[in-house]
Design a protein around this ligand. Structure first.
Ligand SMILES: Cc1cc2nc3c(=O)[nH]c(=O)nc-3n(C[C@H](O)[C@H](O)[C@H](O)COP(=O)(O)OP(=O)(O)OC[C@H]3O[C@@H](n4cnc5c(N)ncnc54)[C@H](O)[C@@H]3O)c2cc1C
Length: 268
């Protein structure tokens, strides 16, 4: 149906981004195609060394999954910082990552975790790395008629440390700035590190240079300071009701510092 309707049709998942956009007349699709009845789009499963999460899996399902709590606790932690229980009952993981809103929390976490998105369209299935998916605010690698069916995440090594730190004005708000960190530590030194940043540019950001600076270090204060400067340097937030641009950039740095400290503390 989506392929036939082209630009006049839009998939609806939990509706908790799309319906507010329609109320504001920022989206005016002629037709909505509800994905809720497609059972195959739901569920969380292991597939070799990956976890595959169906696009229609709700944030509430993510919070409640024992499999995710054991293998990728960062996802549960992030889901719990999204909005409030009512939104999490309806909002889906697929909707959160497909939406393309830089304020959504899951995309930066997916960059951090090196996730891959399964997208099905007229030409069959494509697998798109999350790190190549986001092209601008509300612009992604998906085309008209495409459906995101699942998110595939490589299970991080046992003993990894991770954290998502989010500054918001009040409970349930989108991030002023947020940072996701995943790292492994061996012999007192960082052996691998990945960092994602939320809502400090038109797209979620993968802070590759900052992570490179930290790799091989003992997370000493001078190296952390250099990494934070490298992460801040790739941000370009808008000045808005959440604060002026330079404040949001600095808050991204503060969130990164806190996430690094917590990830280090929970690594084994
Ligand atoms: C009060 C409130 C507070 C919120 N706070 C936060 C927050 O703090 N952090 C946060 O991350 N989000 C927040 N949200 C957004 C919420 O998490 C949304 O549920 C989520 O962004 C979109 O998921 P959805 O399932 O509701 O998608 P929908 O609203 O149904 O869809 C969103 C967009 O994605 C497309 N889409 C959805 N699923 C698919 C799919 N499988 N394939 C292709 N396209 C698809 C739709 O066509 C639409 O363009 C908030 C929402 C509200 C109402």
């Amino acid at each position: 149906m989506l392929a036939k309707l082209g630009d006049d049709g839009r998939a609806i998942a939990g509706g908790h981004s799309l319906i507010p956009m329609m109320k504001l007349r920022l989206a005016t699709p002629g037709h909505l195609v509800d994905l809720a009845g497609i059972a195959d789009l739901k569920g969380i499963r292991s597939d070799g060394n990956d976890i595959v999460i169906g696009a229609m899996t709700t944030q509430h399902d993510v919070v409640g999954s024992d499999l995710l709590a054991g293998k990728i606790p960062l996802l549960r932690e992030t889901a719990l910082l999204i909005a409030d229980p009512q939104v999490r009952y309806m909002g889906t993981l697929g909707g959160n990552v497909a939406n393309g809103d830089p304020g959504n929390d899951m995309p930066a976490v997916m960059l951090c975790l090196n996730a891959t998105y399964h997208v099905t369209g007229k030409g069959g299935e494509r697998r798109i790395p999350a790190r190549e998916f986001y092209q601008g605010a509300y612009f992604t690698a998906m085309e008209g008629g495409d459906v995101l069916t699942a998110v595939r995440i490589p299970v991080p090594p046992a003993g990894h440390g991770a954290a998502y730190e989010k500054l918001k004005r009040k409970v349930g708000d989108f991030a002023t700035a947020a940072a996701a960190v995943i790292l492994t530590i061996g012999g007192g030194k960082v052996s691998s590190c990945s960092i994602g940043l939320t809502n400090v540019a038109e797209t979620p950001l993968w802070a590759e240079e900052a992570a490179k600076i930290l790799t091989g270090s003992s997370l000493d204060a001078a190296t952390v300071k250099r990494a934070i400067a490298a992460a801040e340097a790739i941000t370009s937030p808008a000045s808005d009701a959440r604060g002026p641009a330079h404040y949001r950039t600095k808050m991204a740095g503060v969130m990164l510092m806190r996430a690094l400290a917590r990830a280090k503390a929970n690594a084994r």
